[in-house]
Design a protein around this ligand. Structure first.
Ligand SMILES: *Cc1c(COP(=O)(O)O)cnc(C)c1O
Length: 434
């Protein structure tokens, strides 16, 4: 299967799209066509065989085709369970828990898939310079990427994060790797980190000295594997209950939600898809008015969703059309603000034996307060994107209890952490790289 740019550049193979990240015309890579499955194609419930079946058409004819088995095993090395909540809420509700990976957020899936693919492709490159993955992060991405590439021979990772603007545990996850991972605390905001990465890519000296690549969310390799957990959850649900499962998805840059839309369009038994943003209302406003207006982001409790101009909107609109057409596909979008996030975390800690992270809380709020009784009579899954222990400074005061730390996260917190501070300048970055 070939991938074309949203802006018209010629189609390339999956290998090329993975290595390039962004298309040469500044567009994003999207599949030229989607596989067309029927639910009967997925006749067993085994997650890895569903993953293989879903991903195989994308790898057809590529040098990675013989390695899909190993790539799938490396990517999906932790459970992605669909947990039934129907007894407690008296409606067919489940939670899709995507936080059992090494850094306790769903971004582990995309990062591990990209690392599995790029490390194989890079092993064939004849160049003494190591591949240097530059990644700017507002919190979760950097940890997932560092974890996924840590210890991979011939690849270095440089993580840039905004000083003082990530949670203490997030910062630890960004800085506890050593070896081939360098962690840089940048005196500035996330935008400064991102600008620095872009500047390094286009700087004639640095981009000759180093072989840069990026692992940010525009890479199609972050998106493709995320469709797999929707394929698995919806297939297993169909086999068990004979019905399509709908999803309420915490949404920032729209990578996670777009993966669900792709899986649905490829024929998986998925019902409606509700995109839930925090107080950054760009996407809900677009669904309400039909006019797209990107804007600056505002800071919220669900900080990994603080996006004012989501880059994956370009893919969504290119592939599926404008608001009216998107609505006809069963998509809708709503916004949940900080007061509502706090309210949901507080209330649910009392009735469930777990707490939501601030991101996941938006989706639960939307299911409970934005859907009517008729909609809630159909089966839904609220997507839980991170473990609450990652955001304990927000969650614990609200629930007045300690959130138990999952084992993978506890392991990371045991490791020593180290980072260097830099100013947001290319000179400072060049010196830190040398
Ligand atoms: C990144 C992130 C999101 C937003 O996902 P997108 O793919 O950017 O829409 C939501 N929740 C958590 C915990 C995240 O880390």
């Amino acid at each position: 299967m070939r991938l074309r740019s949203t802006r018209g550049a010629p189609a390339v193979s999956l290998e090329e799209a993975l290595v390039q990240g962004l298309a040469p015309d500044g567009g994003l890579y999207v599949p030229e066509s989607l596989p067309s499955f029927s639910p009967d194609d997925f006749d067993d419930d085994d997650a890895r065989s569903i993953a293989m079946r879903y991903l195989t058409p994308f790898f057809a004819g590529t040098r990675l085709a013989d390695s899909i088995d190993a790539i799938v095993a490396e990517t999906f090395s932790f459970p992605l369970p669909l947990v039934d909540l129907s007894q407690t809420v008296n409606a067919p509700l489940s939670v899709l828990e995507l936080f059992h990976g090494p850094t306790a957020a769903f971004k582990d899936v995309g990062a591990r898939f990209l690392a599995a693919c790029l490390s194989r492709l890079d092993a064939e490159v004849d160049d003494p310079r190591p591949l240097t993955i530059l990644v700017a992060t507002s919190g979760d991405t950097g940890g997932a990427v560092a974890a996924a590439f840590h210890g991979r021979p011939g690849i270095d990772v440089v993580v840039l994060f905004p000083e003082g603007r990530v949670s203490p545990r997030q910062q630890h996850q960004l800085c506890c790797w050593g070896d081939n991972v360098t962690s840089l605390s940048v005196a500035g905001g996330f935008d400064d980190c991102q600008a620095l990465v872009k500047a390094a890519f286009t700087d004639p000296t640095l981009s000759t000295q180093y072989r840069f690549s990026s692992a940010n969310s525009i890479n199609i390799g972050r998106l493709l594997p995320q469709s797999v957990y929707y394929a698995v959850a919806s297939t297993q649900y169909l086999h068990k209950h004979g019905e399509r499962l709908s999803f309420a998805i915490p949404t920032g840059n729209l990578g996670n939600a777009l993966a669900a839309v792709l899986a649905r369009a490829a024929g998986l038994p998925i019902g409606d898809i509700l995109l839930v943003t925090n107080a950054n209302r760009t996407v809900p406003d677009y669904f309400a008015t039909g006019q797209y207006a990107g804007r600056a982001s505002i800071a919220t409790l669900a900080s990994a969703m603080d996006v004012g101009d989501p880059s994956n909107m370009e893919r969504l609109r290119d592939l599926f059309g404008e608001a009216e057409a998107l609505r006809a596909l069963g998509l809708d979008a709503v916004s949940v603000d900080d007061t509502e996030i706090r309210e949901q975390i507080r209330r649910d800690a009392a009735r469930f034996d777990f707490a939501w992270c601030p991101h996941s809380a938006t989706a639960m709020y939307a299911w409970e307060r934005h859907l009517d009784d008729a909609a809630r009579a159909a089966p839904w899954a609220v997507v839980a994107t991170a473990h609450p222990a990652k955001f304990e400074t927000i969650v614990e005061p609200l629930i007045d209890a300690t959130v138990p730390v999952p084992p993978a996260l506890a392991d990371l917190l045991e490791r020593p952490a180290a980072f260097s501070r830099i100013t947001p300048s290319l000179d400072a970055l060049a010196e830190a790289l040398s």
